[in-house]
Design a binder for this molecule. Structure first.
Ligand SMILES: Nc1ncnc2c1ncn2[C@@H]1O[C@H](COP(=O)(O)OP(=O)(O)OP(=O)(O)O)[C@@H](O)[C@H]1O
Length: 606
């Protein structure tokens, strides 16, 4: 971390702490200061005890002893109070940070980060380490406290013998340096094993998770998957264990140096003719405090470093979530063609007049090198139902994700009525898009909320929800639920109703019907759990709705030809390229991939 970045990160950390609870923070600072003073006084009072006792002043010795006892007790009590308050504040700050992480993550305009392991690793580490942020602030305060205590000890010892601070100080330094080196060993091991740890977690979830339970039981793959998870875990713990041993050895070497310095300091004091018994007690006491203070100093320095790393990750996430303004996007990233109408309006129309078009769109998933979509040119007229067909992996879902602005094309552009999407914020466009994807979200809420989240401003609007359910043909599903729209769905609830796969799809379809004026409706195999006639009925309903409100494009992705053939425009994708387009009648009349795929399906069902 460079000096400037470290200062910025420290600023992030301090601002977070300040925001958590200013009053409690100030009380904590007073506790810390008082604790530092009371610890420092213990050595001084004990020296007075020893000197008063050896010079025949027992009453004074008793008074000093009581004072030393008070100072010690105050130090311990303040330490406990500090810790309790710190834990409470750390929890509160951790909660606030977790909330910020969730807001930032869901606020990132595209979804590429959620499909990239490096991002996911960083995010997981940040979530796990968020509690360290608060401790780091106080660790910083404790570093200052311990440094002050050590400074006080140095002054007291210098008064006994000028070489004592050098002897003990010289022994402290290596122990501090080795701590950092030990932490680096552990960090490097954690980073090296991140992928294996991720795999271990994935495999364990496969064995224990409800979603994969059926396949795992039937295939009997549980023990094999469990074995793989164990091997991954062994790899992780082997590397981390070795790093732990190396860190331990380094730390031990540092402690041994310190011990030698301590013993030397006592010998030097006792061997000095002018030293009183009180001086020896003072050096012994302060020396021991030196040991604990130095090791705490090193420990807290470690916490500060960990906290700074966590704050740097948070700063990274904040920067990542800050989407660059569309106008500032590098021109080199795209090759824009002039808008069809010669100008570029910045507002989306209430309904599309022309349609949605693709101009030389190419796309490669971030972090990969294989291009998935190649130079696509396509025009989808307003009011049309467009069916996207093609073999598995031909790029249908990818194209749908680009149309929803969940990813940006690497080259070329997508326009809605001539407005290039990259001139709009992704949020502005997505507010006008409704979509159901094959890997649909199962919101475990009440049935009304599960549907209502499709249009947040109308989340609690029962009539809107009911009309969306009607639009999706899912009213009978609600009629069968024990508490109708108020039925709690999913395992998250103790007595939650468990919808079937098809029912979740119906709810997702209803959710996608919540928005009143979408310009694009994407249906990416949302009916795979329904039979072919039921699927055709669903699509017929959407096609009919599209005809009644012709200001939008309805994009349909399905492998079932009885449904495909009803579309106004059929686009055939092959390995990321548009290889054919037209109506069913056009495409069936000429040889080509569509006619072949159609013949295969017809044969299979006759
Ligand atoms: N997140 C991702 N990162 C990298 N590559 C991806 C990602 N998602 C999909 N791909 C790749 O992009 C290609 C197109 O995938 P896509 O899901 O768009 O195909 P599809 O036509 O929708 O397939 P299917 O009919 O099976 O749903 C595939 O080769 C796939 O491996």
């Amino acid at each position: 971390m460079t000096g400037r970045r470290a200062t910025t990160t420290l600023g992030t950390l301090l601002r977070l702490a300040w925001r958590t609870d200013r009053k409690a923070g100030l009380v904590l600072a007073v506790f810390l200061l008082s604790g530092a003073v009371s610890h420092g006084l213990v050595g001084v009072f004990l020296r007075e005890v020893a000197d008063a006792a050896t010079s025949g002043r027992p009453p004074q010795a008793v008074v000093w002893a009581v004072a030393a006892g008070f100072a010690l007790a105050a130090g311990v009590a303040l330490g406990r109070a500090e810790l309790a308050l710190m834990q409470e504040l750390a929890e509160r700050m951790g909660l606030a940070v977790q909330e910020e992480i969730l807001t930032l993550t869901s606020g990132v305009p595209t979804i590429e980060h959620l499909e990239r392991p490096v991002y996911l690793d960083r995010l997981r580490t940040l979530r796990e380490e968020s509690w360290q942020l608060y401790f780091a602030v106080w660790a910083l305060a404790l570093v200052v406290e311990h440094a002050a205590q050590i400074g006080l000890g140095v002054a007291l010892m210098a008064a006994v013998h000028p070489l004592l601070p050098l002897l003990l100080g010289g022994a402290v330094l290596p122990s501090l340096l080795v701590r950092r080196r030990a932490a680096r060993h552990l960090d490097a091991a954690a980073e090296r094993t991140a992928e294996s740890a991720r795999l271990e977690q994935h495999l364990s979830e496969m064995v224990t998770g409800a979603e994969s339970a059926k396949e795992v039981r039937l295939s009997g793959a549980g023990p094999a998957l469990g074995g793989m998870a164990v091997r991954r875990w062994e790899e992780v713990s082997d590397v981390q264990g070795r790093a732990g041993v190396r860190a331990g050895l380094v730390t031990f070497a540092g402690s041994a140096t310190f011990l030698a310095g301590y013993v030397g300091a006592l010998g030097l004091t006792a061997g000095q003719g002018s030293a009183t018994a009180g001086d020896v007690v003072l050096v012994a006491t302060v020396g021991v405090q030196f040991v604990t203070q130095a090791s705490r100093l090193a420990f807290h320095l470690g916490s500060v470093t960990a906290g700074l790393r966590a704050a740097a990750r948070l700063a990274w996430l904040r920067a990542y979530a800050q989407e660059p303004a569309p106008a500032e996007e590098p021109a080199s990233a795209r090759q824009p063609a002039p808008p069809e109408d010669g100008h570029s309006p910045s507002r989306l129309p209430g309904r599309l007049a022309g349609g949605i078009s693709l101009h030389g769109v190419s796309f490669t998933y971030p972090g990969t090198t294989r291009q998935v979509l190649h130079d696509l040119d396509l025009r989808m007229p307003a009011g049309a139902t467009v069916a996207l067909v093609g073999a598995h992996g031909s790029g249908k879902t990818t194209l749908a994700k680009l149309l929803c602005a969940l990813y940006h094309p690497d080259r070329g552009e997508i326009r809605a009525d001539g407005i290039p999407l990259h001139r709009l914020t992704p949020q502005a466009w997505r507010r006008r898009v409704s979509a159901v994807f094959q890997d649909l979200a199962r919101f475990e809420l009440t049935a009304a909320e599960t549907v209502g989240v499709g249009d947040l401003p109308r989340l609690g609007d029962r009539r809107a929800v009911e009309s969306a359910l009607t639009g999706a043909g899912a009213t009978s599903l609600i009629a069968r639920l024990p508490d109708g729209l108020s039925t709690e769905l999913g395992d998250t609830f103790e007595r939650g109703h468990r919808p079937s796969g098809g029912q979740w799809q119906q709810l997702a379809l209803a959710r996608a019907s919540m928005r009143r004026d979408p310009l694009l409706l994407v249906l990416d195999e949302p009916t795979a759990s329904l039979d072919a006639p039921a699927e055709s009925a669903v699509f017929a309903r959407y096609a009919e709705a599209a005809r009644r409100h012709p200001g939008a494009v309805t994009l349909l992705i399905t492998h079932r030809f009885p449904t495909v053939r009803t579309a106004d425009l059929i686009v055939v994708l092959d390995a990321g390229r548009v290889v054919q387009q037209g109506t069913h009648a056009d495409l069936i009349a000429r040889p080509g991939p569509y006619a072949e795929l159609y013949a295969i399906q017809r044969e299979a069902f006759t």
